[in-house]
Write a protein that binds this ligand. Sequence first.
Ligand code: PHE
Length: 447
Amino acid sequence: MESRGNWGSRVGFILAAAGSAIGLGNIWRFPYLTGKNGGALFVLIYVGCVLVLGLPVMLAELALGRATGKNPVGAFRAIRPGTKWHYTGYLGVVAAVMILSFYSVVAGWTLGYCYKTLSGSFRLVGKSEVAVIFSRFIASPWLQLLLLALFIFLTIFIVSKGVSAGLEKFSMVLMPALFLILILLMIYSLTLPGAERGLAFYLKPDFTEINGRVFLEAMGQAFFSLSLGMGTMLTYGSYLSKKEKLVSSAAWVAFLDTSVALLAGFIIFPALFSQNMAPDQGPGLVFAILPVIFGKIPGGVIFGAFFFILLALAALTSTISLLEVPVAFLIDEKKWPRRRASWLIGGLSLLFGIPSALSGGGVKFFSRLPLFHVDFLSLWDKVWGNIALSIGSLLIAFFVAYVWKTAKALEEITAGGARFRLARLWVISIKYICPLLILVVLISQFF
Ligand code: PHE
């Protein structure tokens, strides 16, 4: 039997978990959702959701994972054998495969854009040319499929090599470099003429815009960005030793993740407004504005290419963690070798990714049926990236609060004498706030 593997060090774990959390969710999804949902108000609700829902659920997942030392399905089974609770784990496994499928399409875009930037496609071009380049790019079916396949193969390659060696080394170098480049871009963006209007959009909430959809999208984005609700953090926690402090690890991961997202906003919105571009362009937003910036700054070719490479790598540390969930499940529960599990699940995601890769206009699905012009990328993003993770987080919170019980979870969180000063607050959140709030936000969508 293959050993499950373990993290080499505490910093290694935090970096790998942050590597999972930080990715396209921060730099692609957060700005596009902020733009679509009216700006500052969304940002405010998002940060609130990270603190009130995200952090507590992250602790719950880490505790569940470390206490059981298992994958999501095995963890629920270990605590409540013979019940249906392990279906929560299955939901996570399925969500992982589906999120990996469309996430890798966007990750493929970053690879394509790295090449385009390097080859000078964006030199001295304006916003309208950049827009044309993007729509042609996503409408090329073969190129999209090729990039999707390339990205999934990269992910499979790393995951099949195992936990510590594969994941940890990777995050060590990547995160600091990404942070640095984002800060440089932010400084540039903030000095553009008209940047203030972008800042106002990003930071001055307009409370008249408040509605149920803004709440759902902000909440879903909090879970998505922190990699919660499908057992990623549970699985990563299962590789964690009892010596590590869960509370400070979770706090670090949430802090780093939120900082990167907020930083991305400080780059995108000032630049957008300085170019008089609309913030509500949907999933293409970041790919419409960043090349415009790179086309203007001196050395933009190298700088831009470097940015897209780092973004691709940040996406890779996230896809690794997505693939790790179903793979850990097959290794633990079905006794599969890691390599076979990685290839099978990766292959499935590739298959399910095809409709998303083709949704950029090259091929229309069900276009003959009225009402069925499906843009799979956006649809999957909503169904799996938002709804499934919210339901998953709801179930995890409920399970930890009422089935496993908070006392048991607290025992795990404070194992080895670790301190947890906000323990009572956490209990209140996981017992009442998380289940109720998530439920209300989900149900309110029907009205
Ligand atoms: N958190 C990742 C990101 O922001 C995406 C992700 C979601 C990864 C769920 C794992 C699980 O890019």
